[in-house]
Design a protein around this ligand. Structure first.
Ligand code: IPM
Ligand code: MN
Length: 354
């Protein structure tokens, strides 16, 4: 097949890891007889420097016209002033919203040979294999009103948590669909003991659950879910939750895998267009040193093959190559080895096993 893929390397280690993932996509194309064409665009801090805005119109237009988008990471100390009116993270939020990508899939799987990397006891990590579906374009991130005002008593800040029935319905349905393809167990995480938006969320989850009698649905409050992620994470199969809860819980969940550098994500909407990115940030402390772990981005490219291009066999081949590389003890510095591979060596080691 032919496909146009937009690359958004972004800032920090973004360009280094995206480059390795692109080489993996090229290797897939060669091996399976596909033709991928790439165009590279600006997002985040690099876009602010070049154009004054974190998401230039040209970037959004190119993404809309593409089959899929592969993103590195945005942000860095240079653009860190929280008072600044333009910030790299705005680019990320604008592109999610602009492309209508309301569903963020974050799979978390513990690799047995890396169990020692997790700060948790090995028995807490054993068997962990779940996917978090985080709602990505609603809730506190986007709700209006939002902003700051001066009052006689001092400044006042407001963020608004809104969910409509439509927004809840489509994301919860996705949760059931994914659970149906896995272990048929869906955990809907909310704060229904306090929040009205969570009570609506729970009501709709129960309603939709009636259409999926083969999937077991449970509800859990976000605070106790945060604890269960540390104590009994292997119990989870598919988690579905709102934007902010999902943001927080997925960073927590990353600890189970041992390194942030391993984890991919996919952001999906109504069609097949998706945005794929590692869940780690731009890691300014190691940027430019060539030692970043490209695995999370390469696994994101595998998700791109699966969800946007419908290339399941190819996606599975990339995932198998990553697993074989790690099993062979070929590891980057973040994976606790005395003889680390650098970014390009790790990418090459994965491609060799493809
Ligand atoms: C993430 C990030 C972003 C988010 C930030 C950078 C805006 O933390 O992708 O999880 O909060 O969604
Ligand atoms: Mn986050």
């Amino acid at each position: 097949m032919k496909a146009n893929i937009v690359l958004l390397p972004g800032d920090g280690i973004g360009p280094e890891v995206v480059n390795e993932a692109r080489l993996v996509l090229d290797a897939v194309a060669a091996k399976f007889g596909h033709e991928f064409q790439y165009s590279t665009h600006l997002l985040g801090g690099c876009a602010i420097d070049a154009t004054g805005t974190a998401m230039p119109e040209a970037t959004l237009a190119a993404c809309k016209a593409a089959a899929a988008v592969l993103l590195g990471a945005v942000g860095g100390p240079k653009w860190d002033d929280p008072q600044s009116p333009v910030r790299p993270e705005q680019g990320l939020l604008a592109i999610r919203k602009g492309l209508g990508l309301y569903a963020n899939l974050r799979p978390v799987k513990a690799i047995p040979s890396l169990a020692k990397l997790s700060p948790l006891k090995p028995e807490r990590v054993a068997g962990v294999d779940f996917v978090v579906i985080r709602e990505l374009t609603g809730g506190l991130y986007f709700g209006q009103p939002k902003g700051r005002t001066q009052t006689p008593e001092g400044e006042r800040a407001v963020d608004t948590l809104i969910y409509t029935e439509h927004e809840i319905r489509r994301i919860v349905r996705l949760g059931f669909e994914l659970a149906r393809k896995r272990r048929k167990f869906l955990t809907s995480i909310d704060k229904a003991n306090v929040l009205e938006s969570s009570r609506l969320w729970r009501k709709i989850a129960i309603e939709i659950g009636k259409e999926y009698p083969d999937v077991k649905l449970e509800h859990q409050l976000v605070d106790s879910a945060a604890m269960r992620l540390i104590t009994h994470a292997a119990q989870f199969d598919v988690i579905v939750t709102e934007n902010m809860f999902g943001d927080i819980l997925t960073d927590e969940a990353a600890v189970l895998a041992g390194s942030l550098g391993l984890l991919p994500s996919a952001s999906l909407g109504e069609g097949t267009l998706g945005l794929y990115e590692p869940i780690h940030g731009s890691a300014p402390d190691i940027a430019g040193k060539g030692i970043a772990n490209p695995t999370g981005t390469i696994l994101s490219a595998a998700m791109l093959l699966r969800h946007s291009l419908g290339l399941e066999k190819e996606a599975a081949a990339v995932e198998a190559a990553v697993a074989a590389t790690i099993d062979a003890g070929k590891l980057t510095a973040d994976l606790g080895t005395a003889t680390p591979l650098n970014t390009t060596q790790m990418g090459a080691a994965i491609r060799e096993r493809l």
